[in-house]
Design a protein around this ligand. Structure first.
Ligand SMILES: C[S@@+](CC[C@H](N)C(=O)[O-])C[C@H]1O[C@@H](n2cnc3c(N)ncnc32)[C@H](O)[C@@H]1O
Length: 250
């Protein structure tokens, strides 16, 4: 363990993130989200009280033992920014042999997923309510995910807000570090310049290979179900760009 309280295998990544935030501590970091607490319903609030101990994982500095969390060692999928979690719940329900970990900061969405997880009696889903950057840095072990999925990260379309975009080079390095060899990274966005920025960044990441011959965008992956954000985009006639990368074996 280092003096930062992280294992040595995370140190290059921590250094890269420190570069991104130029020495900022966690409270000064430029976040990829703005917390909106206003519209949480009573049922969602109650779900935190009654269901968190069943599906939730508390955040902290300690590395998570995911085998202990799920009570088994199965294929493991991480979803970052699951929104209302409907598509994540459906995925977990249809694929009981795989364990699903969801990270989100929006409490109404988490409350919604807690209720759905209880309704579907999902034994293979766990939820973290925290900034995914911090959870990845502090709590998740290296090379543990078979798949990481980020569907419709906040686009932050104004140029002056691009610095808030989640998918930037140090974050990609962090994701790659947490993927198993040959593990997959699936991303979708309906924001054209974000799509091209992500494609360029991923193609330039030595640890990753584009699963598409020619290095372009991917066809819609079968695993990606319709999310609430995509549904809204469809009504507005938005196009979607998919990206599919794999962690190089060595
Ligand atoms: C545009 S929404 C898309 C939600 C969902 N994936 C969908 O397609 O309906 C992006 C989501 O990412 C979450 N988010 C943004 N930054 C995050 C972070 N650093 N850690 C965890 N969640 C984050 C937001 O709270 C929001 O719910």
């Amino acid at each position: 363990m280092s003096s930062l309280g992280v294992s040595e295998d995370s140190l290059p990544i921590v250094a890269a993130l420190a570069d991104l935030n130029s020495g900022a501590d966690a409270s000064q970091r430029i976040r990829s989200f703005v917390r909106r607490e206003s519209r949480i319903t009573h049922a969602q609030q109650r779900a935190f009280v009654e269901l968190w101990s069943r599906f939730g994982i508390d955040t902290g500095a300690a590395r998570l033992d995911l085998e202990q969390v799920f009570g088994r060692r199965g294929p493991l999928v991480l979803e970052i920014g699951f929104g209302d979690g409907e598509s994540l719940a459906a995925m977990a329900s249809a694929d009981p042999q795989t364990d699903y970990l969801g990270i989100e900061v929006h409490r109404p969405g988490i409350g919604h997923l807690l209720l759905r997880a209880a309704e579907l009696q999902l034994g293979n889903l766990r939820i973290l309510c925290a900034d995914a950057v911090e959870v990845l840095e502090r709590q998740l072990p290296a090379a543990c995910f078979d798949r990481i999925q980020i569907f419709f990260p906040d686009p932050w379309p104004k140029v002056r807000h691009h610095k808030r975009r989640l998918i930037q080079q140090p974050f990609i390095a962090l994701l790659a570090h947490k993927m198993k060899p040959d593990g997959q990274l699936l991303i979708a966005t309906d924001c054209v310049n974000y799509a091209h920025s992500i494609l360029n960044l991923l193609n330039a990441t030595p640890e990753l290979r584009n699963m598409v011959d020619g290095g372009g965008f991917a066809p819609r992956p079968s695993q990606r179900l319709l999310t609430r954000f995509e549904q809204r985009g469809r009504r507005l006639g938005h196009r979607v760009w998919d990206l599919a990368f794999a962690r190089r074996a060595e």
